[in-house]
Ligand binder design. Structure first.
Ligand SMILES: O=c1ccn([C@@H]2O[C@H](COP(=O)(O)O)[C@@H](O)[C@H]2O)c(=O)[nH]1
Length: 224
């Protein structure tokens, strides 16, 4: 069985991205490429990273009107990402159209509440109540729109899985015990995320900024 640990390759530098992937390739289940990498390197960069033979998670968090998102998803077809993200807050029609536009090999998952936000941040953008309530609402929306799953924090994944047992749950904001939080506000350990029902875990800086990324990935993997 492949590892549930996906490494976030957050750099605009293709050479650095390849170097990191080369170091951790035997201890992770996939490579997550986000906006930073894609804006700098586009399709060419993704093709280069595909050469490592690991599943590619394109974390582009698409969020626009349904027609625009659907066309963007179509434009990614040739890359056949294993996982692609859109923002749940784009609404039901956008989610349905994104799913319909994706190739059959791609799981489309909806970002609910970013793991860098807490209840106070949500209030600032006009969402009262707790993050977990908003995650639940957006998870229901994603499920009803026919998506494959959602992105949420490890604090909510058990609650959502109860209502969506066969959903695919991506959990970022994962930190080894005592690790630096950085900008993450709703974080759990890799073991907690898995025990609570994560399908895959996304870990970036605890691996990429480590003195020895290979060792950091192995140490995280050993806890799973
Ligand atoms: O809610 C979300 C959605 C996506 N992310 C992404 O995951 C990684 C996390 O990186 P760390 O360095 O481990 O904090 C990063 O690429 C984010 O864009 C997220 O953190 N939270």
């Amino acid at each position: 069985m492949s590892s549930p640990l996906y490494v976030a390759i957050d750099t605009p530098d293709l050479g650095k991205a390849q170097n990191l992937a080369q170091q951790v390739r035997h201890h992770v289940g996939g490579l997550k490429l986000g906006l930073e990498f894609f804006c700098a390197n586009g399709h060419h960069g993704v093709h280069e990273m595909m050469k490592f033979g690991l599943p590619i998670f394109l974390d582009l968090k698409l969020h626009d009107i349904p027609n625009t998102v659907a066309k963007a998803v179509q434009a990614l077809h040739m890359l056949e990402p294993a996982i692609l993200t859109v923002h749940a807050a784009g609404g039901r029609a956008m989610l349905e159209d994104a799913k319909a536009a994706a190739g059959i090999k791609t799981k489309v998952v909806a970002v609910t509440v970013l793991t860098s936000l807490d209840d106070a941040d949500l209030l600032d953008i006009g969402v009262g109540g707790k993050a977990e309530d908003q995650v639940r609402r957006l998870a229901d929306l994603a499920q009803n729109a026919g998506l494959d799953g959602i992105v949420c924090s490890g604090e909510e994944v058990a609650m959502v899985k109860k209502h969506w047992p066969d959903g695919f749950f991506v959990v970022p904001g994962v930190r080894p015990a005592g690790g630096a939080m950085g900008d993450q506000k709703r974080a759990v350990t890799p073991r907690q995320a898995l025990d609570r029902g994560a399908s895959i875990l996304v870990v970036g800086r605890p691996i990429s900024l480590a003195e020895n990324p290979d060792l950091a990935a192995r140490e995280i993997e050993a806890t799973l």
